[in-house]
Write a protein that binds this ligand. Structure first.
Ligand SMILES: Cc1ncc(COP(=O)(O)O)c(C=O)c1O
Length: 403
């Protein structure tokens, strides 16, 4: 079914605003997506009429807030087709999620000389927590490079696995090139635990955890049209059983005495302190919104955007698209001889076109491409082919200025 993009756009109040006297063309969705009215209203309702702290209270509002908050666990499980709801652990986003795995699962288990396989496509959130283990425990990071076109064949990742490999930490979709990695083939091809960074992929395509076969899968709410500070990681029950708590505090214990602690069962065991109650309620509303539209329909629309953008950008012989794998999302990292990415972004901004410029928290990938920065246009479900054309016109204007 094709998307009713006009109706979707009407749900996002910010999309009708002007920027620098021009209609906003928002192409920075890879960094963070805009929010539909349904999310804004859910957040407002939670604060205006249904707010209290969760779990500990016995009064009406606390029970209501707890119900609203805990329902989101089930919504996330449904969104990801996760086998069990209690395998979903709330986090403030993917960064906290991956640190939870690093501190809670990997740090107590890995010793000097053990290996973690990761790809050069990774975001720093899926690099730095593993560097901590390298620095502190002598864990070895084994890097797998993509092909020059940005694709990452699963066989290449599996070929890096050796007898000392304890974890594969891999993105499902690059935030720089949009490359989609066949993480299912990786997970099915090895006994080694696989952590998948789904921060980008879950926004743009259906995710079926029951079929993927990985061990850890994280999402981050603000890219999913939900509030910042929301997110989750799905951790299979047997891996949860191998973990020690990461943060300590309220809510994650059953009893505390002067001499001992008895931890709460997962998932609460891994959710110390007052959580981002309303953020997660907003995330629930965002995921309900996405599921009502249908992730297959969103993916189909974004394929049209990708193909249109690819055709138009490839036709510009003065522009380089960094990493243009056949299987990729609608994310384009662009460089232009003689124009810095920051200049491109500033000039596009004057025309109302919002793109991001820099290293996109992916310095090893920038190094792989021999660049320090790119201008990144990243599309979402509310973007249109007219907006692709506005980007191309803006780039052509840049080219005239710098030629
Ligand atoms: C692929 C990828 N992984 C991880 C992250 C980190 O997500 P967050 O900053 O929301 O924790 C991002 C955000 O840009 C990302 O694109």
């Amino acid at each position: 079914m094709s998307l009713d993009v006009a109706a979707i756009r009407a749900d996002f109040p910010i999309l009708s605003r002007q920027v620098n006297g021009r209609p906003l063309v928002y192409l920075d969705n890879g960094a963070s997506a805009q929010k539909p009215r349904q999310v804004i209203e859910a957040v407002t309702r939670a604060y205006e009429a249904e707010y209290a702290n969760v779990h500990r209270g016995l009064h009406f509002l606390s029970n209501l807030a707890t119900d609203n908050y805990e329902k989101v666990r089930a919504i996330i499980a449904r969104f990801l087709n996760a086998p069990r709801e209690d395998e979903v652990i709330f986090t403030s986003g993917s960064t906290e999620a991956i640190n939870l795995v690093s501190y809670g699962w990997a740090a107590p288990r890995l010793v000097a000389g053990d290996e973690i396989v990761l790809s050069v496509l990774e975001h720093h959130a899926n690099i730095v927590p593993w560097h901590f283990l390298r620095e502190r425990q002598g864990v070895v990071l084994k890097w797998v490079e993509p092909e020059p076109d940005g694709s990452l064949p699963p066989e290449k990742v599996l070929a890096a696995v050796g007898p000392r490999t304890r974890l594969i930490a891999i993105t499902h979709m690059s935030n720089v090139t949009g490359t989609v990695v066949d993480v299912g083939a990786i997970a099915r091809g090895t006994q080694v635990p696989v952590l998948v960074d789904g921060s980008q992929a879950a926004v743009h395509m259906p995710v079926d955890l029951a079929a993927l076969g990985c061990d850890f899968y994280c999402i981050t709410g603000h890219k999913l049209y939900g509030p910042s500070g929301s997110g989750a990681i799905w951790i299979r029950q047997d891996r949860q059983a191998e973990m020690r708590p990461f943060m300590g505090g309220g809510d994650m214990i059953r009893t505390v005495t002067r001499d001992a602690i008895d931890y709460a069962d997962p998932p609460l065991r891994f959710e110390a302190g007052t959580p981002g109650i309303v953020n997660q309620i907003g995330l629930g509303a965002a995921l309900e919104y996405l599921m009502a539209i249908g992730m297959e329909n969103i993916a189909a629309h974004e394929r049209l955007l990708r193909d249109h953008a690819r055709d138009r950008l490839r036709a510009l012989n003065w522009l380089q698209v960094q990493g243009d794998a056949p299987d990729k999302g609608a994310i384009f990292s662009l460089t232009m001889q003689g124009a810095h990415a920051h200049d491109i972004s500033t000039i596009l901004d004057k025309r109302g076109v919002a793109v991001r410029a820099g290293s996109h928290c992916a310095m090893p990938l920038m190094e792989f491409y021999g660049i320090t920065a790119s201008a990144r246009a990243s599309f979402g479900m509310y973007n249109t082919t007219d907006e692709v054309d506005a980007l191309v016109e803006g780039l052509s204007f840049c080219r005239e200025l710098f030629a």
